[in-house]
Design a protein around this ligand. Structure first.
Ligand SMILES: Nc1ncnc2c1ncn2[C@@H]1O[C@H](COP(=O)(O)OP(=O)(O)OP(=O)(O)O)[C@@H](O)[C@H]1O
Ligand SMILES: N[C@@H](CCO)C(=O)O
Length: 319
């Protein structure tokens, strides 16, 4: 359930007077999502999403996300467009929380992921990266490699201590091999959370767009692809569906071929992507209060992905 902050119809009606998207017709809380409070907003001009940003998102960073999404839409990417109010700003305040209204994206998460979905996904990620090239404002990756040791330290209370002990040296290995600026991997704006629930498809199987840009940041483009492959191309027991990962890469390279440096570092980026979600999930597993509205996600599927990547690297090293 993701409505942490309630907002009344009257408050929203009053707020809508500042916009040019018509009057309130309906307001309904959306159950999905874990980070923010989301509402389906119906007005006399159509459907919108109203988001009240909760504490995990830094208020000062919101203009970056909203400008980035606006830039993407202007450059042909299908994603929610933040609605600008009569004063020229997208960010407002509702029920004491920073809030924004964005356009509604048709479609839904793919119910069963196929090679076709993955090919379309790869193409769409490459288009996202290309469209982001003209948006030059930097945003640090708050859950990038420099945060991972701290996340692990804060996960020490995890009830399966042997998992923490297993991760420690692997983290060290990843950090020691992580690409630096000198390695010349293309850098740009990445979504950084390309999971199946953040990509919508319409019937019959057209990719309709991306949502949930609140982890977007400036980082290695190929890392975004690695995140998507980890999220889309594995079973939860760590079995890699290589036909799906090949389709994602084929789709991506149909639009933007990977450079030799990106290919060389791809195994370590894949490990890093698995590590990032393993660590944030471990952290949330321990730090989410028992009476919280959300159920923390199981870290183990990402441990199994990590093991898979390790095995591949060991095999290719001949170790
Ligand atoms: N622009 C949009 N168009 C259509 N539906 C949307 C849109 N934005 C959000 N939604 C709906 O709201 C749900 C929650 O949105 P979102 O995934 O952004 O939540 P969140 O709490 O911000 O993030 P997270 O997925 O990280 O928990 C989505 O699953 C989707 O059903
Ligand atoms: N996609 C993330 C959660 C929120 O971004 C995960 O599955 O761990």
């Amino acid at each position: 359930m993701a409505v942490y902050t309630q907002v009344s119809e009257q408050e929203v009606s009053e707020c809508l007077q500042n916009y040019e998207i018509g009057d309130l017709v309906s307001l309904k809380g959306i159950a999905q999502g874990v980070e923010n409070s989301n509402f389906l907003l119906g007005t006399t001009t159509g459907k919108y999403i109203l988001t009240l940003y909760e504490k995990r998102i830094k208020e000062e960073e919101l203009p970056w996300y909203l400008e980035y999404m606006g830039h993407l839409v202007q450059h042909g990417v299908s994603c929610p467009l933040p609605i600008i109010d009569k004063h020229g700003v997208a960010l407002t305040v509702l029920a004491g929380r920073p809030a924004a209204i964005v356009t509604f994206l048709e479609g839904r998460e793919a119910s069963e992921i196929t090679e076709h979905h993955c090919f379309l996904l790869g193409q769409a990620i490459a288009q996202l990266h290309q469209a982001g090239a003209g948006f030059t404002k930097y945003r640090k990756n708050n859950v990038g490699p420099d945060s991972w040791q701290d996340l692990l330290n804060k996960s020490m209370g995890y009830d399966q201590e042997q998992i923490i002990q297993e991760i420690k040296p692997v983290l060290h290995e990843i950090l020691s091999q992580w690409p630096t600026d000198k390695d010349n991997l293309p850098i740009g704006q990445i979504h950084a959370d390309i999971f199946p629930d953040n990509v919508f498809f319409t019937v019959p199987d057209q990719l309709s767009g991306f949502i949930d840009f609140y982890f977007a940041c400036t980082d290695f483009l190929a890392y975004d692809l690695a995140i998507a492959i980890n999220a889309w191309c594995f079973k939860d027991d760590g079995h890699c569906l290589t036909n799906l990962s090949a389709a994602v890469i084929k789709g991506y390279e149909a639009i933007r071929p990977l450079t030799p440096e990106e290919k060389r570092f791809f195994p370590i980026l894949n490990m890093g992507a698995a590590m990032r979600f393993l660590l944030t999930r471990l952290h949330d597993w321990i730090h989410t209060p028992a009476d919280a509205l959300v159920t923390p996600k199981d870290p183990k599927p990402y441990l199994y992905r990590l093991r898979y990547h390790q095995t591949l690297i060991a095999l290719s090293d001949g170790t």
